[in-house]
Design a binder for this molecule. Sequence first.
Ligand SMILES: NC(=O)c1ccc[n+]([C@@H]2O[C@H](COP(=O)([O-])OP(=O)(O)OC[C@H]3O[C@@H](n4cnc5c(N)ncnc54)[C@H](O)[C@@H]3O)[C@@H](O)[C@H]2O)c1
Length: 346
Amino acid sequence: MAKHTCLMIGGSGKAGGWIREFRSDFNDRIEIVGLADVKENVLKAQGEALGLSSSQLFTDFNEACASVKADFCGIATPPQFHSPAAIAAMENGMPVICEKPIADTLDAAKAMLRTSQNTGLPCTIIQNYRYADNKQELIRIRDENRLGRLQHIVGRYACDYRKHLSWGKLWRHEMDFGLLFEASVHHLDMLRFLSGGDCETLIGFGWNPEWSSFKHYSSGYYLMRMDNGVHTSYEGNSSAAGIINCWRSEYYRAEFEQGTVEIAGGNQMTVHRVGGEKEVYEAPGIRYHGHLYLFDEFLNWLEGGEPSDTRIEDNIKSFALVIAAMETTVDGEPKHIADLLGNLNL
Ligand SMILES: NC(=O)c1ccc[n+]([C@@H]2O[C@H](COP(=O)([O-])OP(=O)(O)OC[C@H]3O[C@@H](n4cnc5c(N)ncnc54)[C@H](O)[C@@H]3O)[C@@H](O)[C@H]2O)c1
């Protein structure tokens, strides 16, 4: 199979990580033939590393999308550029793989979805934390009915970002609802994934402790009722001190009919059965983890395989949870997800 050519939008930060992984793990399947970034120094450094000529480097993604005829477009810029870049790419005939969150507003996310539907081009969103050994094992426990029916799941994210700039980029500390758009979008998606249901109703609160390093709310509690009867609760905290459940170590507790499963960092599964000994074991390994899984799945889709599980038609159901959480934080009212997604053809 010939290599898939790629126009990459974004060249450093997370995008730099994509480029490293494309080269280390997918060198036989992906060739970057164009790069767009607003920073000249990033273009220069990555251009040299990738062996690209100046005609393959762009400071404007619209120009890049109009000029580069690649087999797909990868997007890993800050969120407000995802939708315009993805729309430009698809309108120029390129399927898209894009970082989370889909966009910065629901309207922008819907426009991106509609462009994918109108052009018939694949568009998928990164949800890397689904592809971890312990999360996949929890899904097997649920689907194989090993502990009976699932009642509810508790999720906890807690990072110590009390120091200014400790969360990598200034924009994360300055944006509105940074917890929801940059962090909870992963965890609310995870609660959908682990529960096996889509959210019907979401309600909760957000706040900013006085010692927060964020301009806007760093913390929140949110509850969801899923359409399969499972309930979920979420504690999100970017001002955590003491007990930390930061990236790749978030805590999830699933309450089943005949026992409880706990997961956090590493691959350890802890199963508590009524009347039984606590069982602790390592989850079986999966072939690809995180981004690598999603890159492989997307390339397979381009080669005629199954659509990505986190394609935009599905992932907008997770993105809508961020919007619902934002709205309930503002007005205190429960949010019905169908009201947010009602006019879409999903
Ligand atoms: N899935 C994950 O685990 C994970 C982790 C970190 C970040 N992210 C996501 O990755 C995305 C990027 O985050 P980041 O921290 O790398 O951001 P960043 O600020 O480092 O930006 C990434 C790159 O995009 C470039 N860029 C900015 N505006 C641009 C534009 N208009 N056109 C072209 N290039 C532009 C920047 O110069 C930079 O090189 C965000 O959506 C973020 O949520 C995901």
